[in-house]
Design a protein around this ligand. Structure first.
Ligand SMILES: Nc1nc2c(ncn2[C@@H]2O[C@H](COP(=O)(O)OP(=O)(O)O)[C@@H](O)[C@H]2O)c(=O)[nH]1
Ligand SMILES: [Mg+2]
Ligand SMILES: [Zn+2]
Length: 374
């Protein structure tokens, strides 16, 4: 069935080597064609076959399979789809995904089989994450650390793009560049730029090779959609913003990104634009999993006096001695969040009772003091 696969068309929507090899081995449903999920909409899914987009639904069997694994289709997934109702498709199979960026959600009930912990795949089959952060008031190291941990957990390469370089003085830009450098893993590239300019594409050319998929992550207003637009314009040479990156028929308005959308760039790479994430909980259980994003903590920990040092109050803590306090606080915060998610319902109730008891004790102390003063 390989002869029916249009590899050339698929290469325009980010078909990489691994997925090409998977397809070349033969597909499970010979009546279906490989396509890429470019957007999850309320009523249906949007697929791209390399030439055009198709509305699609998920087959009941696939839906059931995915649900049983606490899985769902995500933007960037490669799927097999058959022609369905006129103009529509039915997805019958998902190809084994490569690197995925995952966050935790607490949508489920605490007493369900997974203790209320659910994972949401934000994007699938991504090669590089562009972490976009403004050099203006958007600049926030603690948020950057969170995004860094998110992508390093996924094993996805990251590039820090500091946008709005044109809105700050060169001195401030240089200072913030240096500050960001302090929290980045060694060797991670950083670029400062005005992302509205065509030169943004030149600066990012190394990551925009054909077959590559990039995802834009960062807070709302950071410049992600603007960058996506600049990349599309640079490659197509078209001055019309409505082609490609921003759809003319988008009733939501062009400046508010509300869903994740995969945009094929004319150069052969793809970029997934995302809305800012309000709740970004990491999918981790223990400190070891944060080692990649907090390399300094991981490196220093063996030098603490106690082998099980938590880097909190213990004497002889090498981490507390050397790591900036706000950074270490953030490390603890990310861990605490993850552990709170991992608590069973019973543990959560016990924790709540403890907090209440502590609150009552504190109130009693205050009342006692007032009594003394009177
Ligand atoms: N001056 C300047 N403005 C920018 C830059 N990047 C984004 N903006 C502006 O910031 C606003 C938010 O950008 P947008 O791309 O919608 O942010 P998003 O929420 O991350 O997608 C828009 O008005 C952009 O024109 C930049 O590098 N320089
Ligand atoms: Mg946007
Ligand atoms: Zn320690």
């Amino acid at each position: 069935m390989i002869e029916h696969i249009d590899f050339e068309a698929l290469s325009t929507i980010g078909l990489g080597e691994a997925m090409r090899a998977q397809l070349a081995c033969g597909v499970a449903d010979p009546q279906a064609r490989p396509m890429r999920l470019v957007e999850v909409q309320r009523e249906h899914l949007l697929l791209h076959d390399g030439r055009q987009t198709h509305r699609a639904r998920c087959s009941t069997a696939l839906q059931r399979d995915l649900q049983a694994q606490d899985e769902a289709l995500a933007v960037g997934d490669w799927v097999l789809a058959r022609a369905d109702e006129p103009g529509g498709c039915c997805i019958t199979c998902r190809l084994l995904p490569g690197r995925r960026i995952v966050r935790r959600t607490s949508g489920g009930r605490a007493n369900d089989a997974r203790g209320g912990i659910h994972r949401q795949v934000l994007v699938s089959n991504v090669d590089t994450a562009l972490l976009v952060m403004g050099l203006d008031h958007d600049f926030q190291l603690r948020r950057l650390e969170r995004y860094l941990a998110l992508v390093r957990l996924a094993g996805v390469a990251a590039v820090l793009v500091l946008s709005k370089a044109d809105t700050v003085t060169p001195e401030l830009a240089a200072r913030r560049l240096a500050e960001a450098g302090e929290v980045l893993p060694a060797g991670m590239p950083v670029l400062a730029m005005d992302v509205r300019q065509g030169s943004a594409a030149t600066a990012l050319a190394a990551w925009l090779q054909p077959g590559q998929t990039l995802v834009l992550l960062g807070s709302s207003g950071a410049g992600k959609s603007t960058l996506a637009n600049s990349l599309t314009l640079a490659f197509s040479g078209q001055a019309d913003r409505d082609t490609g990156a921003v759809r003319a028929d988008d009733s939501r308005g062009r400046h508010t990104t509300t869903v994740r959308t995969l945009l094929p760039l004319p150069g052969g790479a793809c970029v997934i634009d995302t809305p800012g994430l309000r709740a970004l909980r990491l999918d981790v259980e223990d400190a070891d999993q944060l080692a990649d994003a907090f390399g300094d903590v991981a490196r220093l920990a063996p030098m603490c006096r106690f082998r099980d040092c938590q880097h909190q109050q213990e004497p002889g803590c090498a981490v507390r001695e050397a790591v900036d306090e706000p950074r270490l606080r953030n490390f603890h915060k990310l861990l605490r969040e993850a552990r709170r998610d991992s608590l069973t319902q019973l543990e959560r109730r016990e924790q709540l009772a403890q907090w209440k008891a502590r609150g009552r004790a504190a109130q009693a102390r205050v009342r006692g003091k007032r009594g003394d003063a009177a």
